[in-house]
Design a protein around this ligand. Structure first.
Ligand code: C2O
Ligand code: CU
Length: 712
């Protein structure tokens, strides 16, 4: 575990101070706030890191002075709060950071220590933030997954994330509690390379950053409630209302010429009308003069003011119509110089949608996927699923040949029948006026052409060189786990399940349970199933299987456990959903690791045969990634080395799917002898809730270094 030295000094310090505080604050009973509440630490010194700050102490964010010299940028201090925002020109309540949406972009250099002080200013819910793509080597408690790596930060409290930017690349961060990501809690995380291969190109002019997302007008609480309803009352979230580029989009209208540019959109899209915006603005500015005397005139004036308040709110708050750059709803304009090379960093944190990205009149060269360099290849467009990121090089046209001063960047839905208009941004050449490009934006490819998407996925090959190592050979694989993805009915609820087990997280985080040796009290320690029945027919829905092919479906918090250093193959197996012949794409994301994407296949995988077949499997230069797509009715084979002790989520990155149980948990390197070390190093604030808090109170002052190993 490199980088753990960083933790030693203050971990010990924290251990003593917090154990003391705990003992003082709660000599007998747990907090009345119940199992989920971390024990308050009112006397926690501001110099300790991480810190939990109780509401009773000063509410101002406490900048942290780490006890170890921290290389890298100054700490980021964030207030996570409810905000009113109009990301698509319609105002809604969202979760923002420091009063804005999306959250601030974090930029660091590889090797830097990133410190983020998160103040939870949400009055009614806990919060955690996950750093998607950061491996958290030696800092599993900083992964930001509620119920897995830490307790949610309570309203009014503070938690400090401190972790190493282990590898240069394009990443992002997002909430990982309930459906908070879909509520807008996300932002970009860019890790730069001090020795960047692309910057060496004399034509290189810089990075353009594009964070893609989708946006629903319905609040996530309502979305979640709909997904949990029973029997025929289940309510799917449906397609998003708007696609956002860097948090900006235009609801129900498009900046470019309407029509033809995406097949399958079944609603009357209109071209965004600036004049309309201006007209409304003028009306809003006109004021409500009192015409005449008496109570009638008074009433009229009041009615006028009411009407104004209602109609002008949105426009006012977003300042002007959709064509104004300063507005919260865009459009996004990327300014470029002719004849240069730009690195376009594209990441997708959509709740649901898979996307296709095109830049009118420009070819793209794919060079990075999920923070790993790939063998460059040229494309006209890229597919990007939720949880993925890419860097593409874009060469701007030489000055003499620039035919149009600006070009469309078009982002449309693929993989599901679109109901959402493509999002548009502008690539604007220097010297051109702030006008929108001429012509029709590039058409999104047919949404149901899965073959196209697979072809794109298969083009990715690792780029040899420092930072890449080929996977251990197939003969060195310790375990192969097959994971059948099905949609099932459990007690009237529609759930996603892996080998007939649907994930529901425990109230107490796994990591704390391991640190305190109370696994059995916190979750079901029966090993999660590593296979499914050989007679399961993936061309049929679960309810039409032969009885022997299916196990009863359970909702459970079981985990897969791996010994330190095990080489693991995972075969994700897709199948019919509950509807015959219907199977969806699922982007699976692993925390704490990159995996090698060995290959993709059709139908049912026979691991014995198929994983040795060079036709499907690449063990020479498979790409390292943290997210890989499982295509409809197919399989995807991954390999990783369990060399990062911690408890890690592995799940479908589609927010409602995860909410419906589409995930598993890997407990890695949690051998008895390591747990003592974990207990010593894990910041108490990360795990002091639920059963772990009770266990800590029962045994508060045992010096960790000499304590007998806890009995599970
Ligand atoms: Cu970005 Cu667990 O996910
Ligand atoms: Cu999914």
């Amino acid at each position: 575990m490199p980088s753990v030295e960083l933790w030693d000094a203050h971990a010990v310090h924290l251990l003593t101070c917090c154990a003391l505080v705990l003992a003082l604050a709660h000599p007998v009973a747990p907090s009345s706030r119940g199992a989920m509440a971390p024990a308050p630490t009112p006397n926690a010194p501001a110099s300790a890191t991480p810190t939990v700050q109780s509401p009773a102490t000063t509410p101002a964010p406490v900048p942290v002075t780490p006890t170890t010299p921290a290389p890298g940028p100054a700490p980021h201090v964030w207030n996570v709060e409810y905000i009113l925002w109009a990301p698509d020109c319609k105002q809604h309540g969202m979760i923002g950071i420091n009063g804005a949406f999306p959250g601030p972009t974090i930029t660091a250099y590889a090797g830097d220590l990133i410190t983020v002080v998160v103040n939870n200013k949400l009055h009614t819910e806990g919060v955690v933030i996950h750093w998607h793509g950061i491996k958290q080597i030696g800092t599993p408690w900083a992964d930001g997954t509620a119920s897995i790596s830490q307790c949610p930060i309570n309203p009014g409290e503070t938690f400090t994330y401190e972790f190493k930017a282990d590898k240069a690349g394009t990443y992002f961060y997002h909430g990982h509690f309930g459906m908070q990501r879909a509520a807008g809690l996300y932002g970009s995380l860019i890790v730069l390379d001090r020795d960047d291969p692309f910057e060496k190109d004399p034509m290189y002019a810089g990075d353009l950053n594009m964070l893609l997302s989708d946006w629903y007008h319905e609040a996530v609480y309502a979305q979640a409630a709909g997904l949990e309803r029973k029997d025929d009352h289940f309510q799917w979230v449906g397609e998003p209302q708007t696609l956002l580029i860097n948090g900006k989009g235009q609801f129900g209208c498009t900046l470019g010429d309407v029509g033809k540019f995406q097949k399958g959109i079944h609603r009357d899209a209109t071209k965004c009308d600036r004049r309309d915006g201006e007209r409304v603005e003028a009306a809003c500015d006109a004021g409500c003069e009192r015409k005449g005397k008496g109570s009638e005139a008074e009433k009229e004036k009041a009615a006028c003011e009411d009407e104004k308040a209602e109609n002008c709110g949105v426009v006012r708050r977003s300042e002007c119509g959709p064509f104004c750059r300063e507005t919260q709803c865009g459009p996004v304009v990327f300014d470029v110089e002719p004849g240069r090379t730009y690195r376009l960093r594209i990441a997708s944190t959509t709740s649901l949608s898979a996307l296709n990205v095109q830049v009118q009149g420009h070819k793209l060269t794919v060079v990075e996927a999920d923070g790993n360099l790939v063998e460059p290849f040229d494309v006209d467009d890229i597919d990007i699923y939720s949880g993925e990121s890419y860097s593409v090089l874009l060469n701007t046209t030489a000055a003499k040949q620039v035919s149009s001063p600006s070009y469309w960047i078009s982002v449309g839905v693929i993989g599901r029948r679109p109901r959402t208009l493509p999002a548009l941004a502008v690539l604007r050449y220097a010297g051109s006026k702030n006008e929108l490009p001429a012509g029709v934006p590039p058409a999104t490819p047919a949404w149901d052409d899965v073959g196209r998407s697979k072809e794109f996925a298969k083009k990715l090959k690792a780029r040899a060189g420092p930072g890449y190592r080929a996977p251990p050979g197939t003969t060195r694989v310790h375990r192969t786990i097959a994971m059948l993805n099905t949609q099932e009915l459990v007690d009237g609820q529609i759930k996603w399940a892996i080998n007939h087990v649907s994930l529901s997280l425990p109230a107490t985080p796994y990591l704390g349970a391991y640190a305190y040796g109370i696994q059995g009290q916190v979750f079901d320690t029966t090993p999660a199933p590593a296979t499914f029945h050989s007679s399961y027919d993936i061309e049929k829905p679960p309810q039409e299987q032969k009885p022997e092919a299916v196990q009863p479906v359970t909702v459970s918090d079981r985990v897969y456990t791996f010994a330190h250093g095990e080489v693991v193959d995972v075969v994700l197996q897709n199948a019919d959903m509950r509807k015959h012949g219907v199977s969806e794409s699922h982007p699976w994301h692993l925390h704490g690791h990159d995996f090698w994407v060995l290959g993709y296949g059709e139908g049912r995988c026979d691991p014995e045969q198929d994983l040795k077949n060079k036709e499907f499997i690449n063990t020479v230069n498979p790409p390292l990634r943290n997210t890989a797509v499982l295509f409809p009715h197919g399989w995807t084979a991954l390999r990783f080395v369990a060399d990062n002790p911690g408890v890690w989520a592995f799940h479908c990155h589609i927010e409602p799917h995860l909410h419906m149980g589409m995930g598993v948990v890997f407990a890695e390197g949690m051998e008895e002898r390591r747990l003592r070390e974990l207990k010593l190093k894990v910041p108490r604030e990360a795990i002091m809730c639920g059963k772990t808090a009770l266990a800590a109170m029962a045994r508060p002052l045992a010096p960790a270094a000499t304590s007998p190993s806890p009995s599970p």
